[in-house]
Design a protein around this ligand. Structure first.
Ligand code: NDP
Ligand code: A1CAB
Length: 274
């Protein structure tokens, strides 16, 4: 399978790390990005081919992954339009937050074979997760190809309704940042309680990894696992009560909803701008 990436930034690099040499040889992956340094790094690390602008190798691809910022998608679609071989109908996979398939299709002259998806950066170590939605013009074979690509970096979750991608973005697309934010808070607390940076980081990271694995492997609800840590009148009770009093859970729910709303707003703004 020949795959072309338009945009070779953070998320494309994470996907390429999982794909190259696994699903397909690095030489079958072509990356287009204006940044020479980013392209040099991708060539050296994964053996991909590169170009500073869309070229014949993009036309020859079976799958074209659009991995540029949402604000660049319309311009990228215009650059891509003359290069798409309508007879071959390559699959277009968009990972951009907010951008709806209907708008992308319109920018590509009514193109039908589009899968919209929302991966996340743990893809870099093969531990991503991706929400996906296909348009009606996507063949079963193309849907399988999109699934193969994203499954190379973690599980995939297919959605019946593309609008749910904004919710996926709010939970797993942006989610790694919330987890890092919580880890940063744990690191700060460790330092303020007198532990060294190295100790605080080791304790916080192992606690996150252990708790996430325990929750993944357990058949019991996460709330019950939390209760098991929480002895009556003990330290955890003091911590969780203080966090509840500070509205931590409500703030996290509100934050995730803000991410979903921003996804929808991006779609409205950038789609309406066409
Ligand atoms: N980062 C994440 O965790 C996730 C991101 N996404 C989505 O992935 C997309 C990319 O995000 P991310 O990787 O973080 O962004 P980056 O800014 O890291 O990468 C985008 C890259 O595309 C380049 N670019 C801009 N215009 C063009 C063009 N016309 N042709 C080719 N390349 C171009 C940019 O160059 P320059 O910098 O010079 O403009 C940049 O190197 C976004 O739409 C985002 O919503 C989805 C899931 C998770
Ligand atoms: O912050 C963003 O807009 C992108 C989409 C999900 C993660 N990063």
């Amino acid at each position: 399978m020949k795959i072309a990436f338009i945009g070779g930034g953070n998320m494309a690099s994470a996907l390429i790390a999982g794909l190259a040499g696994k699903l397909t040889a690095g030489a079958n992956i072509h990356v287009v990005d204006p940044n020479a340094d980013a392209l040099e790094r991708l060539r050296t690390q994964y053996g991909v081919t590169t170009a500073s602008a869309s070229d014949a190798a993009v036309s020859a691809a079976d799958v074209i992954v659009l991995a540029v910022k949402p604000q660049s998608m319309r311009e990228v679609a215009a650059q891509l339009l003359p290069l798409i071989d309508a007879a071959r109908q390559p699959l277009i996979v968009s990972i951009a937050a907010g951008i709806r398939s209907a708008d992308l299709s319109r920018w590509l002259g009514g193109y039908g074979a589009i899968v919209r998806c929302m991966p996340n950066t743990p893809a870099l170590i093969g531990m991503g997760i991706t929400g996906m939605a296909a348009t009606d013009g996507v063949s079963a074979q193309q849907k399988q190809a999109a699934d193969d690509i994203l499954r190379a970096v973690g599980p995939t979750v297919w959605l019946d309704d593309e609008a749910q991608i904004d919710a996926v973005t709010a939970i797993s697309g942006s989610g790694p940042a919330y987890v890092f934010y919580f880890i940063e808070a744990m690191q700060q607390a460790a330092a303020e309680l007198g532990l060294s940076d190295q100790q605080g980081t080791q304790l916080a990271l192992a606690t996150f990894a252990g708790a996430a694995q325990l929750a993944t492997q357990s058949s019991e609800p996460v709330a019950l696992l939390r209760e098991r840590v929480t002895s009556k009148g003990g330290t955890t009770y003091a911590a969780v009560t203080s966090m509840e009093d500070s509205g931590v859970k409500a703030a996290i729910v509100k934050g995730a909803k803000a991410a979903a709303a921003r996804g929808k707003e991006l779609g409205d703004e950038l789609g309406a701008a066409s």
